[in-house]
Design a protein around this ligand. Structure first.
Ligand SMILES: Cc1cc2nc3c(=O)[nH]c(=O)nc-3n(C[C@H](O)[C@H](O)[C@H](O)COP(=O)(O)OP(=O)(O)OC[C@H]3O[C@@H](n4cnc5c(N)ncnc54)[C@H](O)[C@@H]3O)c2cc1C
Length: 543
């Protein structure tokens, strides 16, 4: 069989692969470029599906959904493709249930969760510490972060255990980890968590649905349109669906890319699949052992996303926003829900079963999972929740060529010893995909940034004249630590002033409560102050 000859082959028609293709096409219309995709659709971890709703049918996202105002790469793409965004509805009471099934279900209206003053104090001190550490992280080269080896040798769980005082906050942090990564805090390196947060501008933007955060806006008509529009611009004839790449061979002249049915020759390859799937492709010659070790040890999260449509948004009528946050001890299968009413007014809720809850509920029958979700919704929002129009869910662990979501994380030790190989090209092979991004890594925006970066690398090899001066410099000189830190949006996001006020108030109340009633807590305060003192001293010496 004779092999087809192309200039560039891109593995994966998700946002990263199609963004790379789009940039290559814009810079050099003559480049012969082919995108090979394992699924029978474009979009990868974004998929928009039509389901029954109050006014007939409507479209909802079952993968990536929200964008935020600091996510410049995705926002520019949305604008370029002529798509529109609309804000996430978050007005009204939010429901919060942690502390065990018997604990009181609380409601609150601000961005500060309904926690006791003591837990709020604990939360504030923990976030403050983590955000200070985030500011020291070099996202581009995380192994250069001060104390990198120590930070990378612990998990998020061990850091929380050491630095959070209250059991409720520990549960709260588990919940956050589950809803952001689809993973438990014990499964990821603390330095990885810091890097991920730093790439988003801090911890708060990962969690809130306020300006600057990850859950601020949604795209009218759904996010899969981004990939469909990109495929249109690149040319559908250059996208081959149902074409999973199984092997990539390289020699001095060519890269040979094979699928189960075809072989292609090309001068450069961009691999955009998530690291655990990139590791399944056979490479000849073998990739450097650092790269192999890295990708074989980057587990992917587990999320089941569900949408439930209703005749009316009864929760809004009752003064609720639709946001429910429930800890694993509450007995609720999901960790979080939000209002998902469509721009055309079809009422819906969206929710996530994630981390250990996803692995537990994934093995149950679909009907049982649905009943458990509904009974929790009835408990938190009222009996109207039982009268739904349609329930639809997607278990991403069962999706071919994804095998989990939303992102791959790194176990302890990987960042300090193996991370340089994550983005470093191996001969003719360049690496993209959201996991390789330095801004909003793990998000759709990161996928676009990473695809564009890989396209620039390929242009530098195949047609350097197509690069801007800035791009040429970026390729020639890998960024310095200082520049990389400067690039992260961290300085843009500050704590809301209300949070600052709460810090002061809760510090005072918490201190009085602690000292007056609890000998054990007194010891914790002492150990905390000693810790702050020793960290400050250490930092002074590190300066
Ligand atoms: C449930 C869920 C919720 C999310 N929520 C958000 C959110 O609200 N906001 C946000 O910004 N992000 C969110 N994300 C993450 C976001 O969707 C991803 O970061 C982004 O889509 C990743 O794009 P990518 O191109 O890097 O990877 P992918 O989309 O995974 O693309 C890789 C492509 O490679 C293909 N592929 C894999 N192996 C092969 C092979 N061997 N041969 C050929 N093709 C192959 C895959 O089929 C896939 O199409 C969410 C994701 C999920 C699943």
């Amino acid at each position: 069989m004779t092999a087809e000859i192309w200039d560039v082959i891109i593995v994966g028609a998700g946002l990263s692969g199609l963004s790379a293709a789009h940039l290559l096409r814009k810079r050099n219309a003559k480049l012969k470029m082919l995108i090979l995709e394992g699924k029978d659709r474009v979009g990868g971890r974004t998929v928009t599906t039509e389901i029954p709703a109050a006014n007939g049918v409507d479209r909802w996202d079952f993968g990536g959904q929200w964008v935020g105002s600091t996510q410049t790469h995705i926002l520019e793409l949305i604008k370029e493709l002529g798509l529109e965004t609309f804000p996430q509805f978050n007005i009204g009471k939010k429901v919060h249930h942690t502390g065990g099934p018997g604990a009181k279900v609380r409601t609150y209206r601000t961005s500060i969760p309904a926690l006791s003053p003591l837990v709020l104090l604990d939360l504030t001190q923990l976030l403050w510490k983590i955000d200070r550490l985030c500011a020291t992280v070099c996202v581009q080269d995380p192994w250069r972060t001060p104390n990198a080896v120590e930070l990378d040798s612990m998990t998020l769980h061990s850091y929380i255990k050491q630095h959070a005082w209250t059991a409720e906050l520990k549960e709260e942090m588990g919940l956050c980890s589950r809803s952001v990564f689809g993973m438990e805090p014990s499964q990821m390196s603390f330095l990885f968590f810091l890097m991920y947060a730093a790439a988003a501008g801090g911890v708060l933007p990962l969690l809130e649905s306020t300006p600057g955060s990850a859950q601020e806006l949604k795209i009218k008509g759904g996010t899969q349109q981004l990939s469909q529009c990109l495929a249109e611009r690149v040319g559908w004839k250059n996208v081959r669906l149902g074409s999973a790449v199984t092997a990539i061979w390289q020699d001095a002249e060519w890269a040979r890319v094979t699928t189960t049915t075809n072989t292609f020759l090309c001068r450069a390859v961009i691999v955009t699949c998530p690291p655990h799937l990139a590791a399944k492709i056979h490479y000849q010659p073998a990739l450097p052992s650092q790269r192999e070790f890295l990708t074989q040890n980057m587990p992917v999260g587990h999320m089941i996303k569900f949408i439930i449509t209703y005749q009316t948004a009864f929760w809004k009528e009752k003064g609720f926003s639709g946001e429910i946050v429930a800890g694993s001890s509450s007995g609720c299968p999901f960790c979080v829900t939000f209002d998902a009413t469509s721009p055309s007014g079809n009422a819906a809720l969206v929710g996530f079963i994630a981390g250990e809850q996803a692995s537990q509920w994934s093995s149950e029958e679909g009907g049982e999972r649905r009943e458990a979700v509904l009974s929790s919704l009835v408990k938190y929002l009222g009996c109207e929740a039982a009268s739904f129009i349609h329930y639809e869910e997607k278990d991403w662990a069962k999706e071919d060529y994804s095998g989990g979501c939303p992102v791959n994380v790194m176990a302890p030790g990987l960042l300090t010893y193996y991370h340089p190989s994550l983005r470093k090209a191996c001969g003719r092979i360049h690496w993209a995909g959201t996991e390789t991004a330095t801004l909003w890594c793990g998000y759709m925006s990161g996928a676009v940034q990473a695809g564009q970066r890989a396209a620039v690398e390929v242009l530098a090899e195949l047609c350097p004249m197509a690069l801007t001066q800035e791009e040429q410099q970026a390729v020639e000189h890998s960024l310095t630590v200082k520049d990389a830190v400067k690039q992260t949006p961290s300085s843009k996001h500050t704590y809301p002033s209300t949070t600052k006020a709460v810090v002061v108030a809760t510090l005072a109340i918490g201190a009085v409560l602690l000292l007056a009633h609890n000998q054990n807590a007194l010891l914790k305060v002492k150990s905390y102050l000693t810790n702050v003192f020793s960290t400050t001293t250490q930092n002074i010496f590190l300066l």
